[in-house]
Design a binder for this molecule. Structure first.
Ligand SMILES: CC(C)(COP(=O)(O)OP(=O)(O)OC[C@H]1O[C@@H](n2cnc3c(N)ncnc32)[C@H](O)[C@@H]1OP(=O)(O)O)[C@@H](O)C(=O)NCCC(=O)NCCS
Length: 428
């Protein structure tokens, strides 16, 4: 394979750089992999400008021995992969830098030849050598990434909320909501999201595209999306502490529906009051949201919880731990205790036995190769339990975690719990 394919890594660059075309050809490769319509040049320019802000690294795999006559040009990669670094909230407001993997494609005619395995293993090795303690991704199919040590760590669901006469919330407003021009979100969205990110376990800081999309500056085809509307929530002192960007689904969609594009609320009151606002929109009987939390205060605040119709409960964030001692030591824990964890890792990055001792919520972690483990687990399962969203007792019941000391899985559950249900509002 080494002769047939050449793997190149490069960063996003400004438009006047000689290497710019390499990036746009790479984008074409991604579009082919995800069956997207070809993008116009000005859309590609916008994407490359965002990549520059995010300092993305792109990986392309090229046919080293030339391409077949009449097939796609040699500068369009047959496989793509990209990474960027953002912060992950690991509970109790603590942050850990995460290596985010995205844009993974292998052209159909070059599949099952080990290209994904090569891109992934080389990238994880480079990230580990660079001192990053964990990687993360979101997956198109749930069967691909476990073999590389990724475990599901957060979930999300789609909801349709009936905002007809049944919709009544038990909540007395403490602030207020006003309609605003969508473009105010260019500035406000990062500020409000920053507060949410600091308070929400499982949150990942957002890439540049988010504020542009929420403000309607980046529609599906790259042009402005005039249909995006925006409402802001103000706390009692008049500070904006939440917003919703939303869009009417059109008069052909029945019941008449508003789609939430982005709903970000820094306080419990802001969240419920934005829902009260959404529930009060005239002529509309349904609000839909693709990125809703699984454990949602809305359901519990409604007089009739069945107003929320939930579907497509799905995995969201996958974590791949590269340095167990560091990630375990970085967390604050909900309960004191001691656990000896034997971690398996078929790729070798994170394997070992680690003694985790928690006192006053703070951890001490030591490598303990001679110690008797309380639990044996794959690195993917450690990724799953790390943010407290997946229960170790359930993983034990599923035969994924082996418990050697009675009650150790429950101890792990109590220790790894976080202060509120994890939810990641950032797709990448
Ligand atoms: C998924 C995809 C990237 C795999 O690429 P690939 O180069 O064919 O994969 P490899 O040849 O390196 O295979 C790596 C391993 O993954 C397995 N695998 C690959 N695709 C898989 C899939 N869709 N489902 C389950 N397993 C898969 C292979 O069997 C192989 O297993 P092994 O190494 O344990 O034997 C490719 O099929 C693709 O581009 N799909 C469409 C886009 C997509 O879904 N991207 C993922 C975005 S999150």
């Amino acid at each position: 394979m080494a002769d047939k394919y050449e793997l190149r890594r490069f960063r996003a660059v400004a438009k006047d750089s000689a290497d710019y075309a390499q990036g746009t050809a790479w984008l074409r490769g991604v579009g082919i992999g995800f069956y997207d319509e070809p993008r116009k040049e000005d859309f590609m320019d916008k994407i490359m400008a965002m990549y520059l802000v995010d300092n993305r690294e792109m990986t392309g795999v090229y046919q080293a021995d030339g391409v077949a006559a009449h097939s796609l040009a040699p500068d369009v990669p047959v496989a793509t992969f990209a990474t960027l670094r953002k912060d992950l909230n690991i509970g109790y407001g603590r942050q850990l830098e995460a290596h985010l993997v995205t844009a993974v494609t292998v052209r159909g005619t070059h599949r099952r030849q080990g290209l994904l395995r090569r891109m992934m293993t080389e990238d994880l090795a480079a990230a580990k050598a660079d001192g990053v303690a964990l990687a993360a991704l979101t997956a198109s199919e749930a069967s691909i990434y476990g073999r590389f040590g990724y475990g599901v760590a957060t979930f999300e669901r789609s909801v349709k909320v009936d905002t007809g006469p049944r919709f009544r919330l038990h909540h007395v407003p403490v602030g207020s909501v006003e309609i605003a021009d969508r473009k105010v979100l260019l500035e406000l969205a990062p500020e409000v999201f920053g507060r949410v990110h600091g308070a929400m376990p499982g949150s990942i800081s957002r890439q540049e595209a988010y504020r542009l999309r929420s403000a309607g500056m980046l529609g599906r085809d790259g042009s402005e999306d005039e249909a995006i509307r925006c409402a802001l929530h103000y706390d009692a002192a008049g500070t904006v502490d939440g917003y919703v960007a939303y869009k009417f689904a059109g008069w052909d969609t029945k019941p008449y529906t508003m789609e939430i594009v982005d709903l970000v609320a820094a306080t419990d009151a802001a969240y419920l009051e934005l829902w009260q606002f959404l529930g009060s929109i005239d002529l509309v009987d349904r609000i839909s949201w693709q990125d809703a939390p699984v454990d949602d205060p809305l359901t519990w605040a409604l007089e009739d919880p069945r107003c929320v119709e939930s579907s497509d409960h799905r995995d969201m964030l996958w974590l791949r731990i590269l340095d167990p001692a560091r990630v375990l030591g970085a967390r604050r824990y909900s309960a004191d205790g001691t656990l000896v964890l034997a971690v398996r890792d078929s790729l070798g990055f994170a394997a070992g036995t680690f003694a985790l001792t928690v006192s006053g919520g703070e951890a001490t972690v030591t490598s303990a190769p001679e110690a008797e483990p309380d639990l044996t687990l794959d690195v993917a399962d450690l990724g799953s339990i790390y943010l407290g969203a997946v229960c170790p007792v359930t993983l034990k019941a599923a035969g994924r975690i082996a418990e050697h000391a009675a009650g150790a899985a429950l101890t792990a559950r109590l220790m790894f719990a976080v202060e509120r249900s994890p939810h990641c509002l950032t797709h990448f």
